[in-house]
Each structure stands twice: as structure tokens, then as C-alpha cells.
Design a protein around this ligand. Structure first.
Ligand code: ARG
Ligand code: ZN
Length: 889
């Protein structure tokens, strides 16, 4: 790899710290312009490593004094380090005083102000922007924190743990003192100060302990916290029931903040949330928002054990906590979904996201293993690979050892490592050791290649039926394509959940050659070499294989099935995931044929009839129908092609949509009329499934009507938009008008803006909808450029920046990839503008160009030019520089 100007940090270079920090006593004199921080630390030599100078991290700080055991000492400052050469051999107390400027902190890392309050974000390396410290996750200390601030402006003062003391001070100031009994790494430190109010709930857990749960928000947002509180309570109950993991704090606080780089943060006992991941009311949030909030609240809560009680030794191990915690939140959402069909809908949505976000990453410039080997800027590695692929890896453990075995493995993991900072190897070992003789333990080293090898494995499967012998031979083969820095790869362990169906859809008993009897109709084969064959016996007729059920491994499957077999699966598969997958593959093959041949798409009757049958099916869940009838997204289609013409893909998708709208017009109208929700709004799977289907139907009806010059459905959509009693239906109708470029879209957008101008999160939706609108003669792109100058627009607020700029560059390929390169020029400008304000968010936007090398002419050369323009800028953040370097490597 070309290294550019960034310094690379390597996993193999890990060394334990020379000192431990056992306790830290922090005092904050909070002032937005200049906050004074006093830190008193108890240090202890680490006898296991050779002695050397003490090197503390510190960035953007103003150092006032350094004392050791109360005496001043000499020190040096080099780059982002404070170095003290002469430190005592025995334990000592180090006292540091410094200031920082929260008001000027637009990077939103460290201590910053937002909406008149103080907030912190310390993961991964933000604590060093608050004070000098050994800011690394393997240094765990017990924190005592004193906050002092103006009482009228900042009546609420919060930090981790338990409140020890409060008092009024002179000059209208007051103080609060907090103590967190659990040793923690600095990335889990948090403080909040501001004029906030809390929804409170007392709960008693199974273990009989009482706890206080609080959700703090700005005045006026209190009624939007009910769903978050309910989600929190459900999370506490679930973690105790499923994994025996209780809440270990008397008080558990959640705080919302409008300026936040990510979704949320699991600081011990004081989770801080982006308001977009916390606040919801039926009038302002959609079903998807309610679902996302439930899963993020759960995710952060689950980190209390997987991340906080057991943390990461170093940042290369990030997936140890993130992959595992995503797995846990996905399992939680499935368990909350209750019905088998609603569970399948969760799984389908997770896999859809994985394939359209993580698969491209794994095939592009930033491809990295779940446990990366090298980085320049750790903030660039909070990725779909570390999170979502990491979760799939954890899911495969569970598949290999069973649900109960996985529970035992988790118990052993906590028994061994509670209170420690550990590695992915430690986790793997615990799961394996708790399950001796399991399919995992037999091949643990091979399995662990999932952590070290980047790239998505290709799995090829071919079946051969021998009528005379009544056998079915399934040959599996895996290919692991090269990725940057990893030209050659070894075979991985791929659990293949499968079933065999007769042509008329019956589930066939599965008996492998050598087995005395069939083991049910659903089982898991384990592929752990390049090629392996499995012979099924007593097979009465040529079966249709249903492979990789529930998406049992994060691979690309080529099973060679044709339409006829896919239609059998679509109709009969007992595995809802593969049933959905069949619907997608029927669409995908048609879209790809059209794109590859450069010919207009013509949807055939076989496909249209199959889709009509899904839509009209008497038993299928509306939520499932909506997913099956939705076409694969453009990013996923692009991944199937070696040379990508985004306009050709978009044209094919548009044609498919129009034909699906036209051919099924009467069916869409039927679906719309018969799935209306009655009764009060509930964000549950039943109601939200109906709304998903009616909104999809409405978008099809409006699209068809607009294309054929008929005003009835656009009129109905406008009426529905006006009269809607919840945001899901309001957005559904508005989106139908906008996506179809109906004439009524304009007045509807205006009305929407006027109606919600006080609601920042809704205005984000307003920008996002326009940023994602289908391109039509360059109008969408022109509109986005216009909106970037709107008085409500600002790059300083990450949600707002994402709502417009990311919507266009990341989620609207046809508007972004233009033959005149204007999209790329816009991207380069926005990356540079953002980088000066907030490198983390800029780094994320830079990622848009990860896959530029696969673009067709003229996009490819124009994209390269735009990347080079960014690269040419002398002062780039590490975040953006690393990504640009990799793109040009
Ligand atoms: N640990 C947080 C979560 O996944 C994410 C924080 C990431 N922060 C960052 N600066 N990259 O819940
Ligand atoms: Zn997380």
C-alpha cells in the first residue's frame, strides 16, 4: 500500500503500557470558552515491561502545570505527547492542570458544546482532547469526577456512576461529585452539563434489585422519550433472561444531544445519544425510526457487559465489542418481533444492509479484516465490516455450537475476563472451550480466519441427482478473492444451513451417506476446505436445494439455480429468508441481463405473475410482501458487475419499477385498500408491516399514474399526506409524490417544511427525501446544490450534513454519477469543507469513492480526478488522508 503522509499503526506492534493509572480524580470548571481541567492520577509501574519515560496523550490542550507527588517536574511536549523523563520507580501521584475550549470544538470529539450544554464523546481517542492521559483502552481506572458550573445555565451536572455530593457555590455556580466504582478505560468517560429534563422509571429486576432509569433531553422533548424508555426497560429484561447479564448500576442514564458524530455511545452508566437515535413520537418519527431507536438503545445498553465490563485490549480488537454487541442487538430485535415471520423480516433487513454496505466495503479500497492489522486513524474503522460482518462472525459461532452452547460460551467469557481488556482470540477461545467436541472446537484455528482475512468468500454449490442410486450429491467450493495487502487466502469455515425441497415443494428428509437415519429436514453442513462434497441418500426425486438458509454465512452464493427452481423456493421454502432471497434473485437476474446487454428491460409474465402471487398471497405477512416486492437496491446491483455504469443500472431499475407498477396496477390498488391500519398508532410489526405495504403500493400507484398522465392517485396521495395522523404515512405519501416527480410534490414539500420547521429531526427528513429523490434530467442534483444554500442547511450539524450531502453522494447513485463530473466536483468541495470542521464526518463522506476503480468510462477518470483534487490539499485530517491514500493506492 502507498503510505502517503499518514503514520500507520500496526496490530503486531502492540506493547502493554509502562504505567497503569489506577484512580483518577477529575475536576472540571466548566466554561464554554475555556474550561479548566484538573486531573489527579494514581500511577503504578507495570513490572511486566521495561522501564521508560512516561508519555501521555494530549491534543488541542493548553497545559498549565504538572506535579508529581506535589512537586513540579520537568517535561517535554512533542507533537501530541507530553513526555516526563524522570518519574519515580515506585507508585506516585501525577497532577495535571490544563484548559480546553469546548465552544471551538466543532469536531465533536472530546468536550464540546451543543444547544447551550456540555457533552463529551471520548471513543475512540477523544479523552486526550480533554486532558493528558494514557488514552488507550487497556489502561483502566476508577474515576471520581467533580463538575462545577453556572447553576442557572447548567442546572443538571452528570457523569458516570453514582452521585456522591451536590452543593451550591459562590457566584451562582454549583457543583456535583460523581464516583464510578467500575474501573474503565478513558473512552468510556462522559460528562453532561445543561438545562435538561428527565423521564424517570424505577424498575426491579429478576435479581430483586431496584434501579433508576433516566432519559435526559432538552425541555420540550420529554414526550418523545417514551419509546426510548420502553426500549431500555425491554433491553434490561432481555439481557437478564437471555444471557443472565443483570444491570450492575443503581442508576442508568441516557442523554440526547443534537450534535453527534455517530448514533450513540455506551459510556458507563451515562449513555449519550444522537437525538435521531433517541427521540420519537408518532407525529415526528417513522416506523423505521422507532425500530432503529429500539435497536440502538438496546445496543448501547448491551455494551454495558460486552464492551464495558469486558473491554478491548487495543483498537484492533474493536469488533470484540462491536460485532458481539450488534449480534446481541439483532437477536434482541428478533426476539422482540415475536412471530416467526416478523423475525424473518428482521433478518432480511439486516442482511440487506450487510450486502449493500459491507459487501462493497469488503471489495473496495478500504477492505479490511474484521480485526484490522493496520490503521492510520481508528475513527475510520467504525465500519460495516467491524460491526455488521463482525456480527455475522458471532452469529456463525452460535450456528456452530447451538444457541445453548453459545450461552455457555458467553458465561465462560465473563467468568474468565470480567474486568479485563482482552482480544478477539480470548472470545473465540472461551466459546470453543465451553463447547468441547463441537463443530467449532474441531476447527477453531480455521474458523478464526474470519478475523484475519478481508473480502467476501464466494461459495459455489452444484447438485447432482442420481435417480438409480436415489442419491443427491452436493458439491461445495469456496473461492476467497484477493483484497488490498492480501493476495492469497486460505479456505474459511462456512456453515451452510440447508434444506432440500421436492419440485412440488415438500421438505425432504436429510440423510447423509453413512448415517443410520435422516436428521430432520433442516440442517447445517460445515465447509472448511476449498472443496467438499456431501452425499444425501434415500432421495426420492431430483430436489431443489435451499442453501444458506437464514443467510448462515456472509458469503456470495452461486447455486446455479434457474427461474424454475427459484419459483419453487419462492412458493414453498419453509425458510422465509430464502423465500425472500428467491424474489430478489428473480428480479436481479432480469436487471443484470438488461444492464449487461445494454438493452431495455422487459419484465416477463412469469416474473410478474410470481410477484402478483406474493402480493395477493393469503397467508404471507404484509411486511414480508413489502420486502419481497421491493427491487434490489442499486448499490447491490452494482456489486454484481465488474464494470459499473450507474446510469445503466438506474435505467433498468426505473424500467422495472414502472412495469411492476403498470402490470400490477389493480393488485397495488387492492393492497392499498385492504391493508389500512385502524386504531391508534403503534410501532409494532403488525401495524408497521401494513404501513410498509400500503406505502409501497401507494408509491407504485402514484408512479404509474404520473407516467400515464392520470391525476387520481397523485391527488389521493396529496390528500393522504395532508390528513396523515403519523409520520410514516405522511412521509410515505410525500415520498410517493417526490419519487414520481408528480406536480403535487412541490406544494407538498413546501407544506411539510412549514408544518415542521421547529422540528430539526423532521427537517432532516425533508432534506434527505430531496437528496435521495430519483434523478430526472439533472433536476435532483440541481435541487441539492440549491438546498446546500438553504438557510436551514449547515455542515456543522452532522445529522443535517448527512441528510443532504450524504443522501446525494452515498444513496443516490444516478444523481451523483454524472457524465459532466459535477457530482464528483461537488463531493470534493464538500469533503474539504467538512474536513475543516469535522474530520470524522468528512472521512465518512470520503468513503463514497471507495469503489471508483470499477466505474465505467467516463465516470472512472472523472472520479480519479476528483479524488486527486482532495489529495492535493496540503492540510488534510488523518481521517480523510488515510481514505484518499487507500483509494489511490
Ligand atoms: N461505541 C459506539 C457504538 O457503536 C460508537 C462510537 C464510535 N465513535 C467514534 N468516534 N468512531 O455504540
Ligand atoms: Zn457499539
Amino acid at each position: 500500500m502507498r503510505e502517503g503522509t499518514v503514520t500507520l499503526i500496526r496490530r503486531e506492534d502492540y506493547v502493554a503500557p509502562i504505567f497503569w493509572i489506577r484512580t483518577v480524580d477529575l475536576t472540571f470548571d466548566l466554561d464554554p470558552a475555556k474550561t479548566l481541567v484538573t486531573s489527579k492520577m494514581q500511577l503504578e509501574r507495570n513490572a511486566a515491561v521495561p522501564h521508560g519515560p512516561l508519555r501521555l496523550h494530549g491534543e488541542e490542550l493548553n497545559l498549565l502545570r504538572v506535579l508529581i507527588n506535589g512537586e513540579s517536574v520537568s517535561f517535554r511536549q512533542e507533537g501530541h505527547e507530553l513526555i516526563i523523563d524522570n518519574v519515580p520507580d515506585a507508585d506516585f501521584v501525577l497532577e495535571i492542570r490544563n484548559t480546553c475550549c469546548p465552544d471551538k470544538n466543532t469536531a465533536l470529539s472530546g468536550l464540546y458544546t451543543s444547544g447551550g450544554g456540555f457533552f463529551t464523546q471520548c471513543e475512540a481517542e477523544g479523552f486526550r482532547r480533554i486532558t493528558y492521559f494514557l488514552d488507550r483502552p487497556d489502561v483502566m481506572a476508577v474515576y471520581t469526577v467533580t463538575l462545577r458550573a453556572d447553576k442557572s445555565r447548567f442546572p443538571v451536572l452528570l457523569s458516570n456512576g453514582n452521585l456522591l455530593d451536590t452543593a451550591d457555590l459562590d457566584n451562582g455556580r454549583h457543583m456535583a461529585k460523581w464516583h464510578d466504582p467500575f474501573p474503565k478505560p478513558s473512552y468510556l468517560f462522559a460528562l453532561v452539563a445543561g438545562d435538561l429534563v428527565a423521564r424517570e422509571q424505577r424498575i426491579r429486576t429478576r435479581a430483586g434489585k431496584d434501579h433508576l432509569l433516566q432519559v435526559y433531553v432538552r425541555r420540550g422533548d420529554l414526550e418523545k422519550t417514551e419509546h426510548a424508555m420502553n426500549s431500555l426497560i425491554a433491553s434490561v429484561v432481555w439481557d437478564e433472561a437471555r444471557f443472565n447479564l443483570p444491570l450492575d448500576l443503581e442508576r442508568f442514564m441516557v442523554v440526547g444531544v443534537s450534535d453527534f458524530n455517530m448514533g450513540a455511545m455506551e459510556n458507563k452508566g451515562l449513555n449519550i445519544f444522537n437525538t435521531s437515535a433517541l427521540l420519537a413520537s408518532p407525529a415526528t418519527a417513522t416506523d423505521a425510526d422507532f425500530q432503529r431507536i429500539e435497536s440502538i438503545v438496546a445496543h448501547e445498553y448491551f455494551h454495558n457487559w460486552t464492551g464495558n465490563r469486558v473491554t478491548c485490549r487495543d483498537w484492533f480488537q474493536l469488533s470484540l465489542k462491536e460485532g458481539l454487541t450488534v449480534f446481541r442487538d439483532q437477536e434482541f430485535s428478533m426476539d422482540m418481533a415475536a412471530t416467526p415471520s416478523a423475525r424473518a423480516v428482521c433478518r432480511i433487513q439486516d442482511v440487506r444492509a450487510l450486502r449493500s454496505m459491507q459487501f462493497p466495503e469488503d471489495a473496495g479500497a478500504m477492505a479490511h479484516p474484521v480485526r484490522p492489522d493496520v490503521y492510520a486513524e481508528i475513527n475510520n474503522f467504525y465500519t460495516p465490516t467491524v460491526y455488521e460482518k463482525g456480527s455475522e462472525v458471532v452469529r456463525m459461532y452460535q450456528t456452530l455450537v447451538g444457541r445453548e452452547g453459545f450461552g455457555k460460551g458467553m458465561a465462560l467469557y465473563f467468568e474468565r475476563h470480567d474486568g479485563q481488556a482482552v482480544t478477539c482470540d480470548d472470545f473465540a477461545q472461551a466459546i470453543a472451550d465451553a463447547n468441547p467436541g463441537s463443530e467449532l472446537s474441531k476447527r477453531l484455528d480455521t474458523f478464526k480466519r474470519w478475523y484475519s482475512q478481508a473480502g467476501t468468500p464466494r461459495l459455489q454449490a452444484r447438485g447432482q441427482y442420481d435417480a438409480a442410486a436415489r442419491t443427491y450429491t452436493l458439491s461445495l467450493q469456496q473461492v476467497n478473492p484477493p483484497s488490498p495487502g492480501q493476495p492469497d487466502k486460505l479456505p474459511q469455515v462456512i456453515p451452510v444451513a440447508l434444506g432440500l425441497l421436492s419440485r412440488d415443494g415438500a421438505a425432504l428428509p436429510l440423510q447423509l451417506d453413512g448415517e443410520a437415519q435422516a436428521a430432520g429436514t433442516d440442517r447445517v453442513l460445515v465447509l472448511d476446505s476449498a472443496e467438499q462434497s456431501f452425499v444425501f441418500v434415500n432421495v426420492d426425486s431430483a430436489p431443489v436445494p435451499s442453501l444458506l438458509r437464514g443467510f448462515s454465512a456472509p458469503v456470495v452464493l452461486d447455486d446455479g439455480l434457474g427461474d424454475e427452481e427459484l419459483l419453487v423456493l419462492l412458493k414453498h421454502d419453509s425458510d422465509a429468508f430464502n423465500r425472500w432471497e428467491a424474489s430478489q434473485r428473480l428480479a436481479l437476474s432480469r436487471l443484470l441481463t438488461s444492464v449487461r446487454n445494454g438493452q431495455p428491460l422487459r419484465l416477463d409474465d412469469a416474473y410478474l405473475d410470481a410477484m402478483r402471487a406474493v402480493l395477493r398471497h393469503p397467508d404471507l405477512d404484509p411486511a414480508f410482501k413489502a420486502l419481497a416486492l421491493q427491487l434490489p437496491d442499486e448499490a447491490y446491483i452494482a456489486e454484481q458487475l465488474t464494470v459499473v455504469d450507474p446510469q445503466a443500472i438506474h435505467a433498468a431499475v426505473t424500467q422495472a419499477q414502472e412495469q411492476l407498477a403498470a402490470a400490477l396496477q389493480a393488485d397495488w390498488a387492492w393492497a392499498f385498500e385492504t391493508h389500512q391500519v385502524s386504531g391508534g398508532y403503534q410501532p409494532d410489526p403488525v401495524q408497521s408491516g401494513k404501513r410498509a405495504l400500503t406505502n409501497l403500493a401507494l408509491s407504485m400507484l402514484v408512479l404509474h399514474a404520473t407516467r400515464s398522465g392520470d391525476g387520481v392517485w397523485p391527488g389521493r396521495a396529496y390528500q393522504r399526506f395532508k390528513d396523515a395522523t403519523n409520520m410514516t404515512d405522511r412521509m410515505g405519501a410525500l415520498s410517493a409524490l417526490v419519487q414520481a416527480h408528480a406536480a403535487l410534490a412541490e406544494p407538498a414539500l413546501e407544506r411539510f417544511h412549514a408544518q415542521f420547521k421547529g422540528e430539526a429531526l423532521v427537517i432532516d427528513k425533508w432534506f434527505a427525501l430531496q437528496g435521495r429523490a430519483t434523478e430526472l434530467d439533472g433536476k435532483t442534483f440541481a435541487r441539492v446544490k440549491q438546498l446546500a444554500k438553504h438557510s436551514d442547511f449547515t455542515l456543522k450539524n452532522p445529522n443535517r450534513a448527512r441528510s443532504l450531502i450524504f443522501s446525494l453522494c452515498m444513496f443516490n447513485p444516478a444523481a451523483f454519477h454524472r457524465t459532466d463530473a459535477a457530482g464528483y466536483v461537488f463531493w470534493a468541495e464538500q469533503v474539504l469543507a467538512l474536513d475543516a470542521i469535522n474530520p470524522q464526518v468528512a472521512g465518512r463522506l470520503a468513503r463514497v469513492m471507495d469503489r471508483w476503480t470499477t466505474l465505467a468510462t467516463p465516470y472512472r477518470s472523472a472520479a480519479r480526478e476528483a479524488i486527486a483534487r482532495v489529495a492535493a490539499k496540503a492540510e488534510l485530517s488523518n481521517d480523510v488522508r488515510e481514505i484518499i491514500d487507500r483509494q489511490l493506492a
